[in-house]
Design a protein around this ligand. Structure first.
Ligand code: SF4
Length: 514
């Protein structure tokens, strides 16, 4: 198939119009001026009508169809119920705000349980403002992007201390006054909680709008994002803005999904340019099958000239992709690759149960304030001798030598953060008896398995503990692990029950040459 642009140029003299113009008159005028030469550089081209919602009747129809579908098919979600039933405007705004922050980058199904527990614990801004960061991190653990919880709490404190507990009521003020609240979140809170007729643009809306209007330019570019915001603000229903915005997002989440959209069930397919184009191609194909002459391409399917919203000439429409030709994004930067050596320090606690040492991360940066097993990021040149480096790290932290040979290799655990491909190289070390931790060092504590899971630990650390437990189970199996089991018993014989407290130094094994 020839590139769309080339086909369009070839057909330029014969294009038929099926209503409307491919480009507004001012667009065609600028093109002529440019070709003549000698004229000043043209202003950025306005997009052709097919990329816009310029027909008020169509906008009205689209709103009606989408809202009717939403009323019939919307999912029952706890924050939606609160947005409708909560009479107190500040509580209502807070309830929507919490949901929007949790939903950023996280699936609805995952968020529901977190949301319910959060709202039960901190039903108001005032309650959240009084919570400690540790409590916030504990409840947020597993949701990812941990700084979101922290920022939400900081902003709640600001509302309580500086705004007398009153939520700003407009998108402009929400964005201006609340730290961590961007344009999308501000629009969502203002439209859903306070009925402001303002649009929203998130990942789902980007996908739906790009398909509705065949926008194939890089959907992460500022120019396209600006156009999509304009479009969202034109489309939003004036009398039900909150429902309309949620309906558009719901459509993207449940029907107009990334890989296999359910166009047949779509309530707005009659307004969708991408769907229209696919239907036309199917009709052309069947005509060809029956030996009928190929129709002349429709001018509305091609942009002649520099269109800021069309796919680049080098990546034209691909018939095999159908509507999933849109949206398109510039290639992502590959994630940063990181390796971190981590050590599960284990001791026998009261009643024989295992306990693990966890230490707190710094209060800024990745996973700020969360708890983890003692860990050491490995620079490229240290990866050859990671065991020695980890032993050295533990030694500095514990205040006495740790034998590298004593560290048992457990395996590697991979965790993908948004921009980091992180590999944890997991070791373990069993300590006999109790250890007295030095309070002058980083905050640290011993926890049972249950306490570990209730602590503010990342999903990655939970995976590390799982790998460690799997290894322990293997070792304790009667056939293969009998030798190791005996060793484990000998090492783990000590108890940390009251009355048997000993110092860390006394319980670490004597160093041996690595
Ligand atoms: Fe998305 Fe298909 Fe609906 Fe168009 S018709 S908006 S591509 S689901």
């Amino acid at each position: 198939m020839r590139p769309a642009r080339a086909r369009a140029a070839a057909a330029a003299g014969t294009l038929r119009r099926s209503g409307g113009s491919a480009a507004p008159p001012q667009e065609r005028g600028r093109k002529r001026a440019s070709r003549r030469g000698g004229t000043p550089a043209a202003a950025p081209a306005s997009p052709p009508a097919r990329h816009l919602f310029s027909d008020p009747a169509e906008v009205e129809a689209l709103r009606g169809n989408l809202l009717a579908w939403y009323d019939r098919c919307k999912r029952d979600l706890p924050w939606r119920a609160l947005a409708v039933t909560e009479p107190d405007a500040d509580r209502r705004g807070y309830a929507v705000w919490v949901s929007e922050i949790m939903l950023q980058q996280t699936q609805v199904a995952t968020v529901i349980d977190y949301y319910n527990r959060w709202m039960q614990k901190w039903p108001t801004l005032q309650a959240l403002a009084q919570a400690s960061l540790e409590e916030v991190n504990e409840l947020w653990a597993g949701l990812g992007y941990y700084s979101r919880g922290k920022r939400l709490q900081e902003a709640a404190r600001k509302v309580v201390s500086e705004l007398a507990g009153r939520m700003p009521r407009t998108a402009e003020d929400l964005q201006k006054l609340l730290p961590g609240v961007g344009r999308y979140t501000a629009g969502a809170i203002a439209s859903i909680s306070y009925g402001q007729a303002t649009g929203v643009v998130d990942g789902n809306v980007i996908r739906v709008l790009c398909r509705l209007r065949c926008i194939g330019a890089d959907s992460s570019s500022p120019a396209v994002i600006d156009r999509l915001w304009d479009m969202a603000n034109v489309l939003v229903d004036r009398s039900r803005p909150g429902d309309f915005n949620q309906a558009l997002m719901e459509l993207g989440a449940t029907v107009c999904v990334p890989k296999a959209p359910l166009c047949g069930e779509c309530p707005v397919k009659q307004h969708c340019q991408a769907w229209r184009r696919v239907e036309k191609e199917l009709a052309f194909a069947s005509q060809k099958l029956f030996g009928k002459p190929s129709p002349v391409p429709d001018v509305e399917d091609y942009c002649v000239g520099d269109c800021p919203l069309c796919p680049p000439a080098t990546e034209p429409w691909d018939s095999s992709l159908g509507v999933t030709n849109f949206p398109r994004k510039a290639a992502k930067k590959p994630p940063r690759v990181m390796r971190t050596a981590t050590c599960v320090l284990e001791r026998r606690g009261c009643h024989g149960a295992s306990e693990y040492l966890i230490v707190q991360r710094p209060s800024s940066g990745l996973l700020a304030g969360l708890w983890e097993f003692p860990s050491l990021p490995l620079a490229q040149d240290l990866q050859e001798k990671e065991r020695e480096e980890l032993a050295h790290h533990l030694q500095a932290w514990m205040g006495r030598p740790v034998a590298a040979k004593g560290l048992q290799f457990i395996g590697e655990v991979v965790h993908i953060f948004s921009h980091i491909h992180q590999t944890y190289v997991v070791y373990s070390l069993r300590l006999d008896g109790d250890v007295t931790l030095d309070p002058a060092l980083s905050p640290s504590r011993w926890v049972t398995e249950d306490e570990f899971h209730a602590s503010a630990v990342s999903t990655a650390m939970k995976k590390v503990l799982k790998a460690h437990e799997k290894q322990r189970r293997k070792e304790s199996s009667p056939v293969k692990g009998s030798k190791r089991k005996r060793g484990a018993k000998a090492q783990g014989a000590g108890s940390t029950c009251p009355g048997t407290q000993l110092s860390l130094r006394a319980f670490l094994r004597a160093p041996t040459a690595p």
